[in-house]
Design a protein around this ligand. Structure first.
Ligand code: VGL
Ligand code: ZN
Length: 201
């Protein structure tokens, strides 16, 4: 068991991000078994769940004439438009059936407001609305976080950079993540994480 100041954040290991899902990440299911093996080593375990209303504004389907994987301008900045995914209550939003959820201390849902997406486990995409995770971690005495999950270049990246910005020591285990890699987003994410002080293990 690791020291009591260490948490693991398991990001969005859900059906829609795995092969066969609506926003499938190549090899997304390969990380499930090794994540199951790693989680119990940590005294604090948090899982995140992308959780969108059916008419979420990050869905291309909500924007007339817009295709998935293009972008639009939202009040908080540029937003990638995604295929409908992780719809509240649907199968695609469930955790991968082989992901062991028994060790989870906390499941944090994000992206549940129609008007705003939330890649990060800490802040919604306006970068100011908190999810409450910071307070949870601090009140449990955590100052060091390890991230694994999906996708490296979106939700893992934004969560890791926010954690570093908040003053946590942050490590991303790259072999336990998989990327969407849209227009060089993986390279940009790695650069951004390194610049923010995240250790890419
Ligand atoms: C994610 C795109 C849209 C992710 C979530 O989990 O990385 N990416 N929603
Ligand atoms: Zn999403």
């Amino acid at each position: 068991m690791r020291a009591s100041n260490e948490a693991i954040l398991v990001i969005d290991v859900q059906n829609d991000f795995c092969p066969g899902g609506a926003l499938a990440v190549a090899g997304g299911d390969e990380i499930v078994a090794p994540i199951n093996a790693l989680v119990p080593e940590f005294p604090v375990r948090v899982f995140t769940q992308d959780w969108h209303p059916v008419d979420h504004l990050s869905f291309a389907s909500q924007h007339d004439g817009k295709e998935a994987f293009t972008t639009t301008e939202m009040p908080y900045g540029t937003q990638v438009l995604w295929p409908d995914h992780c719809v509240i209550g649907e199968d695609g939003a469930r955790f991968h059936p082989k992901l062991d959820m028994r060790p989870a201390d906390l499941i944090i849902r994000k992206g549940f407001r129609r008007e705003i997406d939330s890649y990060s486990a800490f802040f919604e995409n306006d970068q100011t609305t908190p999810t409450g995770l910071e307070g949870y971690l601090r009140t449990r005495g955590v100052d060091t976080v390890t991230l694994v999950g999906l996708a490296t270049d979106y939700c893992v990246n934004f969560s890791a950079v926010d954690a570093a910005r908040l003053g946590f020591k942050v490590r991303v285990i790259q072999s336990l993540c998989r990327a969407i890699d849209l227009d060089g987003s993986l390279t940009a994410a790695k650069e951004g994480m390194t610049k923010a002080g995240v250790t890419l293990a």
